[in-house]
Design a protein around this ligand. Sequence first.
Ligand SMILES: [Mg+2]
Length: 130
Amino acid sequence: MINVLVVDDSKFVVHAMESILQDLQYHVAGVAYDGLQAIEKHMDCAPDVTLLDITMPNMDGLECLCKIMESSPDARVVMLSAVQDQDTIAKCLESGAVGFLQKPIRKGNTDDLNRLCAAISRALEGAKIR
Ligand SMILES: [Mg+2]
């Protein structure tokens, strides 16, 4: 099973993503609500892929991404954000994110679910799944 860490400051988004991922047969290995928590959780649960929000309190997704990549260079992180600013998206990809998913991912929306599955598959290409 593919282990996913979900990071978002919105509890609503975290709960929705947990439900969506479970429906799609992914295993939610952990959740976090800001960048600081995400670093801890990433170390604790060593996920196969992390879905990481950008706009968050305490530590934003970009800084969190950089810290995760520093300590775990093989980490597979997909940004999941409503951010549309191309510079921010480019910065995330330059900093080691393996993908960018535009929010929202809606439970009943086939296009959204396909985007999600494709992003996770692409993120894991070449990665070893336990
Ligand atoms: Mg946010």
